[in-house]
Design a protein around this ligand. Sequence first.
Ligand code: AGP
Length: 609
Amino acid sequence: MCGIVGYVGPRETAKLLIDGLRKLEYRGYDSAGIAVFNKGKIEIRRRVGKLANLEELVGNETFDGTVGIGHTRWATHGRPSDENAHPHKAGRVAVIHNGIIENHLPLKEALKRKGRIFSSETDTEIICHLIDESIEEGYPPLEAVKTALGKIQGSYALGILFEGDEKCLIAARKESPLVIGLGEGEYFIASDVPPILPYARDFIFMEDGEVAHLSLEGVRVFDARGNKVSKESKRVNWNPLMAEKGGFKHFMLKEIFEQPRAVTDTIRGRLSEEKGDVILEGVNLDGSVLKRIRRICLIACGTSYHAALVGKFLIEGLCRIPVEVDIGSEFRYRNPILGNDTLLVAISQSGETADTLAALREGKRQGARTLAICNVVESSLARDSDHVIYTHAGPEIGVASTKTFVTQLVILFLLAIRMGRELGILSQEDGRGLIGELVRIPHLMEEMLRSSKQVLEIARKYLTARDFLYLGRGINYPIALEGALKLKEISYIHAEGYPAGEMKHGPIALIDREMPVVVLATRNDVYEKVISNIEEVKAREGKVIALVSQSDRETILKLDDILFIPETHPFLTPILLTIPLQLLAYYMADLKGTDVDQPRNLAKSVTVE
Ligand code: AGP
């Protein structure tokens, strides 16, 4: 997620903006920039890389203006570069943006036809041109912004400056967070509170559709219909570290709760609900290519490997192309048989995992077509692949993967629909049905997150357990593996994920009244068999913690603890099952007092073999 800061007041602005951006570094970024007035003109200074590069560029340069905006960019459209860094400027308008403009391509084409010249690959630059176009038509700044926003689909948190009105800063918010800080005779905007805390403790939290006009005279906020609204300010007494975590105790918990937005951002601009199809920009897997693909290899490590295991069910289910799944560190040593009839899909949050990169290169060496599913723009994996589909989870600070995992599942679901539709295996009607279910998922995730305290109770109940068993079948089995990994890696409690049907082939010897068994028992085509497995556990005095469908009322009689999962398509249930398992691991780790965000011995990206 990008970081935004803005200022109106008497202070020297450039340094204040850069200091503010430094307090947003935890959000992750790959470039930074500021725009400040000097002698009536908007001066822009921006650099790819870390803030130090921007500071070096600005040096001791002084600007006479005391209104400005600053931005740290987490790239989603357009590689990290000086030209793609924000702020962007067109005519008299400079803009910083956090969010995704879904209809940026048609808008850009229309603006080009009117003679507008673009200097970046970003979706953001379009906003500058739209606003400047309205200014040229004689609209005052506030009206020009509202007119431009009426043409935009997508999400945004904006900071906007206007040459000729150097005491004004306009902000707008839709689905990307934006706060206004109320100081003494000075006013601030930011994506989050940390940059403002040193100067103000009273905040206005903007809501979707609102536009704010900041000047030395004060702050005016307007709703989506253009009516002035009075906003209640809220006092924030967090210390800076708490503020970086948005008030959550750990980044991991914040990122678990960010998952609905991460899924929404990952879906954004990629659905054609009318056609029952998916739009994967820049991924040329048309029929002529796909018809030559005889096999798909999904390669990944750790949590991403569990996403790959789910991907096998999705792709084979919707495309009927055989899928093999390999662990990155195993793949290249098993002497794989690949060729130009193979599509190798490498899944990696960081895009820098050495074993996954090595597997990708082995695939290329043998002539396979390669596709990366990645969360970091221009990472090594993204650069080395023929195609790349980015998750838009934003930077993940916690070492344990959470929001990036569920967004990998979403991308695999989108990819399976796209290929199924292209091959004619998946009908338009079925595509519409799947997409209709997918757009409900963020709301269902929110519903589950609201009942997180039930998971906390279960964590308290089993805190002294020394071993856990996680059981699942079919498409849910990889989620049993993921739940076990989450518990292991952050609480240091031993846990094992197993196919439920395999329990009687050995692990059943482990079952006793000390052994909590987490069973994924949502309604699907193997539900009855999972219920039998629950019976087997209960017959040996095992403790069963079951995740069951909300409609399920028979199973609960046999269980020690129950967590209800909203009903959705079986192909999307893994996303919902993941949330309580992440929370169970988190609460147990937090109760044990381990270092949740930085567990012992672990790295966020394993760049060595
Ligand atoms: C999962 O919580 C771990 N952080 C780890 O297993 C991780 O998934 C694995 O190292 C792969 O990382 P990648 O997705 O960046 O390739």
